[in-house]
Design a protein around this ligand. Sequence first.
Ligand SMILES: Nc1ncnc2c1ncn2[C@@H]1O[C@H](COP(=O)(O)OP(=O)(O)O)[C@@H](O)[C@H]1O
Ligand SMILES: [Mg+2]
Length: 326
Amino acid sequence: MNLLQYWRERTVYGRLAGKGILGMNCRNIRYISRYNPRTLYPLVDDKLKTKTLALEHGVNVPDLIGVIDNQHDVRKIAKMTDGIPGFCIKPAKGSGGKGILVIDRVVDGVYYKTNGQPISLQDIQRHISNILAGLFSLGGKTDFALVESLIKVDDAFRQFTHEGVPDLRVIVFRGFPVMSMMRLSCASSKGKANLHQGAVGVGISMDTGGAVRAVQSGRPVTHHPDTKQPLSELVVPQWIGMLELACACYDMTGLGYLGVDLVLDKNRGPLLLELNARPGLSIQVANNAGLLPRLRRIESIKKPEKFPIVERVAYSRTHFAAQSDL
Ligand SMILES: Nc1ncnc2c1ncn2[C@@H]1O[C@H](COP(=O)(O)OP(=O)(O)O)[C@@H](O)[C@H]1O
Ligand SMILES: [Mg+2]
């Protein structure tokens, strides 16, 4: 984070004072180290492991086309994706949208990125080589590349995104969904729905799935910067199904403080994109609300594991509703 970003975040969090904002130290000490056993981290720090676990638990994920784990196999990408109209190549241990290459369509042997620019097979292969070398992974460790089928944006989100797939982040605490935000890709985020790449974060009310507030780079916004669509009109379809899927990720990992990233595929419905054992705090800025009061409420529930998913979702929808500022 550069000095300007740091200053902006400080100012933004300052404005949230008194709303029970969860800070970095408190998150790390009181929640992450207490509720997330370290031994479980590998399940979420490797996207292939997460995908395998999800499939074992009946949690839907984008289809895996293949894995490339050594330099010799880099040239197999053309054959692996032969006849597939669109796909996504990503580092298994990447984060923050780094190293993600989305091929939107392939026409007469020419590959096109989401922004319509063509990319040569050699460049795609070079990109995969860079992934294997660890260019995008945590600590520069060697990595491998996942090739996934392309997620198709649900029609409800068409006007709320630019050249990319929006995703939904849900914070799930002890199996209860506590706060959520949509991340909308825009021109400045280059088709990726990652806030640090410049995507718009939209706070979502837990009861209805409707937008409550939106920010881009820490500043409030009311319309999508590229499509100009009013963000007040954003409502997440299949809201209850999305929350239920998020809760199922607690049951399948055992991680008590979890960031669940979901997408809504036009044909397949809610899908799990990735999990995060150290989810960021800016979801509070997008919601203009602090996490602490919600976390404390869930902490006061005795034996939360005895509640089935539907009851957990109903509880959160009742207690964590929010009014729209948009
Ligand atoms: N299979 C896919 N099809 C289309 N877009 C994708 C796909 N996978 C990821 N993306 C885009 O890239 C973004 C980041 O992907 P993600 O798997 O969450 O990786 P990271 O850990 O880097 O955030 C997503 O929010 C989405 O916008
Ligand atoms: Mg992500």
